[in-house]
Design a protein around this ligand. Sequence first.
Ligand code: SF4
Length: 501
Amino acid sequence: MQIKIEGIHDDRLHRPLQNIANLFYEECELVYGGGEPADVVISLDCSQTDEHVTVSGEVKGTGITEQHTKSFSPGMNEKEAFKQVKNTISYVYLNLLQAHTGITQKWGILTGIRPTKLLHKKLQSGMPQEQAHAELKKDYLIHDEKIGLMQEIVDRQLAAVPDLYQVKDEVSIYIGIPFCPTKCAYCTFPAYAIQGQAGRVGSFLWGLHYEMQKIGEWLKAHDVKVTTIYFGGGTPTSITAEEMDLLYEEMVRSFPDVKNIREITVEAGRPDTITEEKLAVLNKYDIDRISINPQSYENETLKAIGRHHTVEETIEKYHLSRQHGMNNINMDLIIGLPGEGVKEFRHSLSETEKLMPESLTVHTLSFKRASEMTRNKHKYKVAGREEVSQMMDDAVAWTKEHGYVPYYLYRQKNILGNLENVGYSLPGQESIYNIMIMEEVQTIIGIGCGAASKFIDRDTGKITHFANPKDPKSYNERFEHYTDEKIKYLEQIFERTTKQH
Ligand code: SF4
């Protein structure tokens, strides 16, 4: 599929236009200007004065046209003015594509990952709720249903973290452990099959302990509190019970005031890694929350995606975790796994009903570029747009009926049917870390393999990203360097601003 765009001469607009095209077409190439004929030709004409920008557009040869004007607010800087132009072009372009394809985009021109951030920003600036909603509808073409979802989530987040707009003075910590029993077909996380890697695991843990000590020392010396700690990966429970014990002991020794940290989560995503010994260790360190991820309740699907555990094992390990005192368990389900449709997903929901975990995260399958599934797309038969949408509606209805509330959401590129991933929980059982990471309200320090740090300037909100390497070999060679770099960023963020706060 090829779309030719005429009248756009600014390269900075290519990516937003591509992102919008991806909402309508699975594989779509955009070409600009003259040359060969394309499947669709769209011409966009943009005229600007000091006061406003007007964009007119047309899908050539179809009679479909659109025009829209937006004003520049007084005092807008160049960046804000460009954003206004970009949004006006997107607005016209989206309407043209909607009319041409007959597909309606409920998120409007918004293609970003974190829609709720936009609403938080408006509300935090003191804008009344009604006005914020009206702007989302008018400027971004977001439908009422999605605005309602955003508001519901924002309300839950503020109930779970009443000081959400003040936690920028604290940090959260993400600890990445890059090992799993086997690699799942859709996975792009740093996840190395742990079998036969004992030496590498040992060196990795050595580096991890070092990072925890150094970062912890810095936080203590600068009196910076930790809001949440999250062990992810990989599967953090794929290491031995003894290694876990030493790691959590390090956590308690290194980080400031661990007993008052609001939440510590350990992903135990793969049920095949959970044992009584490991649960005893989690208990010993008062881990608040774990994840056990079924993804699907069909053994055939689990096999097809390379998870190497059974449905029965998921259920058994869930009960075992309960018996060992785990009272905040999250479970992940994925909509649109290969070979699965409405029937299979409804079965997953009815199995979930028997367990009633404290939270349920519903993902929509995303074809990430680096995954096995994307490389061999032809091997995997997945549901179409309408069926995926039906499954999403089923998840919304089921969660509502069973007392769950949505508390975070994120969208992904290349997500089936342009839907979203939603975290639901029973009220009061929301994961605080998930709220922190989604809303980008505070610095997250990433430790370990593939751990991404985000340093958030406390005055401007500007985000600086820093990533540790994904593979254990590179990490093991240079973990001291990565630690030093992060401390430099922390110094910039906290030392400079401590004086003013
Ligand atoms: S369990 Fe999670 S991290 Fe591990 S391979 Fe599967 S998807 Fe990747």
